[in-house]
Design a protein around this ligand. Structure first.
Ligand code: G3P
Length: 214
């Protein structure tokens, strides 16, 4: 499973890129709204920092508006993947954009059937939202596992981005469930690096070394 970072914060992206594990970025309107810069400037800066896919979402709710926004977004950089919400209008937009060779990520997916339709409409990626399913008392990881099974059984060429990841255990679970990509918030990436036994191990190695050279 590839690691994407789920943020529009330039400092978080700069810091994370140094580790070498970030293969792409996902943003959404809520994440962009938290930042001070204008949206185009944020996307320009992210595309300059990251070689891989940079996901930017449309705001229009009608097909023509989504297609028009998508055509503008891809002018920013060849890295741009256009996020389209999982609605009827969204799927029509995906079908048009697919014919134009514009990559799309169908977002706000909450069921395997939604993912199947999005993939058949021509989506490059589908984004099931794990945490938001857990929030209402169901199991978000199960949806990732169902989508992975369906895509595998039917040779569907569409990648699964597990999104709305809230904690490190989600990451392990979606990787095991067959997600191609996990898009992970900065704070969760930080927690994934840490283990108390790693710290204790380093201290012990150093103190044993010090004792031996006294
Ligand atoms: O990538 C989608 C993600 O940003 C949504 O996360 O935590 O708002 O459900 P959350």
């Amino acid at each position: 499973m590839l690691v994407f970072i789920d943020t529009a914060n330039i400092d978080e992206i700069k810091a994370s890129c140094q580790y070498g594990y970030v293969a792409g970025v996902t943003t959404n309107p809520s994440l962009i709204a938290k930042e001070k810069l204008p949206p185009d400037e944020i996307l320009n800066q992210i595309c300059a920092l990251v070689d891989g896919p940079v996901n930017a979402e449309v705001l229009a709710e009608d097909t023509a508006g989504m297609v028009a926004e998508a055509r503008e977004l891809v002018k920013i950089s060849p890295n741009i993947v256009v996020k389209i919400p999982m609605t009827g209008s969204g799927l029509k937009a995906v079908a048009i954009l697919d014919k134009e060779g514009i990559k799309t990520n169908v977002t706000l997916i909450f069921s395997a059937n939604q993912a199947l339709l999005a993939a058949r409409s021509g989506a490059t990626y589908v984004s099931p939202f794990i945490g938001r399913v857990d929030d209402i008392g169901y199991d978000g990881v199960v949806i990732v596992s169902q989508i992975a099974q369906i895509f595998d059984l039917h040779n569907i060429n569409c990648q699964i981005i597990a999104a709305s990841i809230r904690h490190p255990r989600h990451v392990t679970e979606v990787a095991l469930a067959g997600a191609d990509i996990g898009t992970i918030p900065f704070k969760v990436l930080d927690k994934m690096k840490a283990h108390p036994l790693t710290d204790i191990g380093i201290e012990r190695f150093l103190s044993d070394w010090q004792k031996s050279i006294k």
